[in-house]
Design a protein around this ligand. Structure first.
Ligand SMILES: [Zn+2]
Ligand SMILES: [Zn+2]
Length: 375
């Protein structure tokens, strides 16, 4: 069938809206008509540096849509179902069998190569194959293919208006909220510091507030984001442009150092601050995609004597089948007010949405597809 998608033809270039051909779903595949999709910083990272596989490719991995057609082997969803899509995994390696699918041994090949596992491309522009299957979806398109592994049905009691905002549950929101709920696991009344008040950091903050964290500190350089952090439950904010020693300020605010910190910036210098801000037995989680080969220097003696730990986290350690329904319930209870983070753009304005996310004007862009209102 003919679809429209935003195609990346070369690194650093703007995305081009093109008419392409998408094959019918194979036995285990599901065709989804997109209603809306989030824009994640991983998409933007893929635009701004040489992508590890050849272009052209369709990016996008926070899709929300309606199942249109399914292969013969599909049982999990049927045409007409509203679904979210999350990351992809192999389903067979030791991590996947141990229910740690975000640490799939084949995470890179299942999420970033942009082809089916057999090496074929279902998408083409004229005679040219176009990479798709980015995070098992490539949601910057009117239609995409996914499989049962990364499709999550949405309950009927979610309104269409809320559903349109839920694409980011599949990556950015899951990453931040999962880091706090699944990995750091603060107890009622403990303290947590979030570095970076973007969508991932704010999701971590909302999750921490839902848990009942006592002292909740947000650190950023953009005053508007710090104001939003306070609105979402931060008890304190630190503007890095105004404070010389951030770790010392956090130790002052907490009395003995924070119990937990979460670095969402992908900058090793900030991860170091997030470690230095911890008190005894504190735990630092970090989720940002640092540059390839980036190294982090730690104060080894301080880490040992204080019993500190440092943990890298992918996709919030979340099993999306279990965690995304939890996040949907949190949203229904008012504990995850996505609407305060997002700005909705028409799909055609995708390059503007990306520019606004890069500049920090928009925390989380949502692209809405033209036929969404008739869904
Ligand atoms: Zn695997
Ligand atoms: Zn993402």
């Amino acid at each position: 069938m003919q679809i429209q998608a935003a195609v990346l033809h070369a690194p650093q270039s703007a995305l081009a809206l093109e008419n392409l051909t998408l094959e019918a779903p194979r036995g285990d595949e599901i065709r989804v008509r997109l209603v809306a999709t989030g824009v994640c910083h991983t998409d933007i990272a893929m635009l701004s540096r040489p992508f590890p596989v050849p272009q052209p490719i369709v990016l996008g991995h926070e899709g929300a849509g309606i199942v249109e057609s399914v292969g013969r082997a599909v049982r999990k969803v049927k045409p007409g179902d509203r679904v979210l899509m999350s990351y992809n995994f192999c389903g067979a390696c030791p991590s996947c069998q141990g229910h740690a699918t975000s640490y799939c041994h084949d995470f890179a090949s299942t999420n970033f190569v942009g082809l089916r596992q057999d090496g074929s491309a279902a998408l083409s522009l004229g005679q040219t194959p176009v990479r798709h299957n980015f995070f098992g979806q490539s949601s910057f398109a009117t239609h995409c293919l996914c499989t049962e592994k990364n499709v999550i049905p949405v309950p009927d009691d979610v309104s269409d208006a809320a559903f349109e905002l839920m694409g980011p549950l599949g990556c950015g929101i899951q990453t931040g909220a999962g880091a706090v709920i699944n990995v750091l696991r603060p107890q009622l009344g403990q303290s947590l510091v979030v570095f970076g008040a973007g969508a991932v950091g704010l999701a971590g903050l909302m999750a921490a507030r839902a848990i009942g964290v006592g002292l909740l500190i947000a650190v950023d350089k953009v005053p508007a984001r710090l104001a939003l952090a306070r609105e979402l439950g931060a008890t304190h904010t630190i503007d890095v442009s105004q404070v010389a020693d951030v770790a010392a300020e956090i130790r002052r605010l907490t009395g003995h150092g924070a119990d937990f910190s979460l670095d969402t910036t992908g900058l090793p210098a900030v991860t170091r601050q997030a470690l230095d801000a911890l008190g005894p037995l504190g735990m630092c989680g970090f989720v940002g995609g640092a540059a390839v080969g980036a190294e982090l220097a730690v104060d080894v003696r301080d880490m040992m004597l204080q019993g500190k730990s440092l943990r890298g986290i992918v996709e919030g350690d979340a099993n999306a089948d279990v965690f995304i329904p939890t996040l949907i319930r949190m949203h229904q209870q008012g504990r995850l007010p996505l609407e305060k983070l997002v700005r909705v753009y028409p799909f055609e304005a995708i390059n503007d949405a990306i520019a606004d996310a890069k500049s920090g004007v928009t925390v989380k862009p949502i692209l809405r597809f033209p036929h969404a209102s008739t869904a």
